[in-house]
Design a protein around this ligand. Structure first.
Ligand code: G6P
Length: 607
């Protein structure tokens, strides 16, 4: 994912810009660049590859200056290359950009007609030319940026530098984050506070539509109407390094608690003005989705469970048939591929051998395209796929997948909505789905506050040998994920069943020693599920019901955990959280190795 850093100071800023980029590396990127104001105007260095490649250029031909911008790019428009790397320059102006400019083609044509020449395939370059053009008409930098962003459709965060106004940086955001860091005699901009934590702990979070002007002495924010605005100063207590455990006892617990931010990152720049941006999947996506009339999902482990949830969404929202299969099965059979089928591989690591093999096998077949939902940008599965949707969970260290799963669900929900839109889903249902996704980071944060209650429930499980998880519809795979978490890290034998199947076998296992966990949001299946749970109660099973607040009183269970009410896109994410926390606390009580459970690996690169 792209990253932005900008600094206006009295001292040379190049080393701090590069350090800021390094702090953003975990987000994934394929090129990096830096631009500073020198005695010769705006000068820049750009490199395909890593920040260390940029540092190598800096060692050979060093730049120095007191005001600069820097960027890590994850390619969307145009391949990873030096020419496509940011900052982009037009005349005296230099720009870095995160997000997608949807109307870039029309703007490009207009600017070309005015004589501007393009040196990249990016959507960003139009922004540099538009600002330069406004400045040539005599506009100050801030006004030039305000007039430019008024013409952009899509999502952006921007940092802009102009040789016409040395020492000034202008930032702008819509649908993509940008924060201002406040220093002593120097001020900063970044897309993520991690880039600035070594420099300051005081931040201003900009609102959508804001434009900000920074000099080393002062910061002025203007709202979407162009009026001066005040934004509260917030002090951050964040640990500086994304792969440090920080205050947490285990990586798994840290990663569980990172989910509000990870999900916000997955949504970042992909929703604007109440709709999902089609180009999040790349420039060819619209045409490919139009040709898609069925979907084949292939994955392993936790990623397979995310695929199962997506299968329900794709059929119910987009009306498109969807098959979901374990990669190790798919790759060794001879699947019938109907014309018009999109192949969708899901993988946190992007390196799982069976999923990669299935993806490669799909190449020679008659699929519309091969798409990856993945968390590691430069992974084999990403490189092998024609369409890519990154989950942006950040590094996941715990072997038991947590934030990778919930961000997969969010990415797949975005995809299901986008496919549904391409197939003509009614506007109200679409808008409701988008709204649910936008509310998710807050709902997740609210749900994680139940940690104390879940820890208390975990005491009852620590001495058990078996557990049964039940759910219906999308919450059947959520129950499967809950059972997988428990068995992976606590070594308790756990199974998940679609609740309607209970009486066809597993009911024979139910007695007072069998804890039964029911995933029970208030969806269209709740009455059916309640009947299934009566069957458990009648056999003396110890019932744990995870319900939302709207069913809390209508359900007879030994233990009830009440979660926030949420819609059909949000609920599978929200209901996963207590299952993760339950497994975690049971494992801690049993004294197992939570982050590195016996016999398991994070990334399974062998068959
Ligand atoms: C391993 C991991 C699981 C993961 C599965 C698939 O088994 O321990 O957490 O779900 O691989 O991995 P992937 O990286 O393809 O999602």
């Amino acid at each position: 994912m792209c990253g932005i850093v900008g600094i206006s100071a009295q001292r040379d800023v190049v080393q701090n810009l590069i350090s800021g980029l390094k702090a953003l590396e975990y987000r994934g990127y394929d090129s990096a660049g830096i631009a500073v104001l020198t005695g010769h105007g705006v000068e820049r260095l750009r490199a395909k590859g890593k920040v260390r490649d940029l540092e190598a250029l800096q060692a050979v031909s060093p730049l120095s200056g007191t005001c600069g911008i820097a960027h890590t790019r994850w390619a969307t428009h145009g391949a990873p290359s030096t020419d496509n790397a940011h900052p982009h320059v037009s005349g005296a102006v230099s720009v870095v950009h995160n997000g997608i400019i949807e109307n870039h083609a029309a703007l490009r044509a207009e600017l070309q007609a005015l004589g501007y020449e393009f040196t990249s395939q990016t959507d960003t370059e139009v922004v540099a030319h538009l600002i330069e053009h406004a400045q040539r008409q005599g506009k100050p930098l801030r006004q030039a940026v305000q007039e430019t962003v008024a013409r952009l459709h899509g999502a952006y965060s921007l940092a802009v530098l102009s040789a016409r106004e040395p020492g000034t940086l202008v930032g702008a955001r819509l649908g993509s984050p940008l924060v201002v860091g406040l220093g002593e005699g120097e001020q900063y901009l970044a897309s993520d506070i991690h880039a600035l934590l070594p420099l300051t702990r005081r931040f201003l979070y900009l609102d959508d539509g804001d434009v900000v002007e920074l000099t080393r002495e002062a910061v002025q924010v203007f709202d979407a109407a162009g009026q001066p605005a005040q934004r509260a100063v917030k002090e951050s207590h964040f640990a500086a390094d994304a792969v440090e455990r920080g205050e947490y006892r285990h990586y798994m617990l840290k990663e569980i608690h990172e989910q509000p931010q990870a999900v916000a990152d997955t949504l970042e720049g992909r929703i604007a003005g109440g709709h999902v941006l089609t180009q999040m999947l790349g420039v060819d996506a619209e045409a490919l989705l139009a040709r898609t009339d069925s979907v084949q999902i292939v994955a392993c482990g936790t990623s397979y469970h995310a695929g199962l949830v997506a299968g329900y969404w794709i059929e119910s929202f987009a009306g498109v048939p969807c098959k979901v299969e374990i990669a190790s099965e798919y790759r060794y059979r001879n699947p019938v591929v109907r014309a018009g089928t999109l192949f969708l591989g899901i993988s946190q690591s992007g390196e799982t051998a069976d999923t990669l093999a299935a993806l490669k096998m799909a190449k020679g077949r008659d699929y519309v395209a091969r798409m990856a939902v993945c968390n590691v940008p430069e992974s084999s599965i990403v490189r092998e796929s024609e369409l890519v949707l990154m989950t942006r969970a950040g590094p996941e260290i715990g072997v038991a997948s947590t934030k990778a799963f919930t961000t997969q669900l969010v990415a797949l929900a975005l995809f299901a909505l986008e496919l549904a839109r391409a197939k003509g889903l009614d506007a109200a249902r679409y808008a409701d789905g988008v709204r649910q996704l936008e509310q998710l980071p807050g709902l997740i944060a609210q749900t994680l506050k139940l940690d104390g209650q879940i820890r208390a429930l975990a005491e009852n499980f620590a001495a058990k040998q078996h557990a049964l998880f039940l759910g219906r519809g999308t919450h059947w795979p959520v129950a499967m994920e809950g059972a997988l978490k428990l068995k992976e890290i606590s070594y308790i034998h756990a199974e998940a069943y679609a609740a309607g199947e209970l009486k066809h076998g597993p009911l024979a296992l139910v007695d007072k020693d069998m804890p039964v966990i029911a995933v029970a949001p208030n969806d269209h299946l709740i009455d059916k599920l309640k009947s299934n749970l009566e069957e458990v109660r009648a056999r003396g099973g110890e019932l744990y019901a995870f319900v939302d607040e709207t069913v809390a009183h209508g359900l007879d269970a030994d233990h009830v955990l009440t979660l926030p009410a949420c819609g059909e896109f949000a609920a599978p994410v929200v209901f996963t959280l207590p299952l993760q926390l339950l497994a975690y606390h049971v494992a801690v009580l049993r004294g197992t190795d939570v982050d590195q459970p016996r016999n398991l690996a994070k990334s399974v690169t062998v068959e």
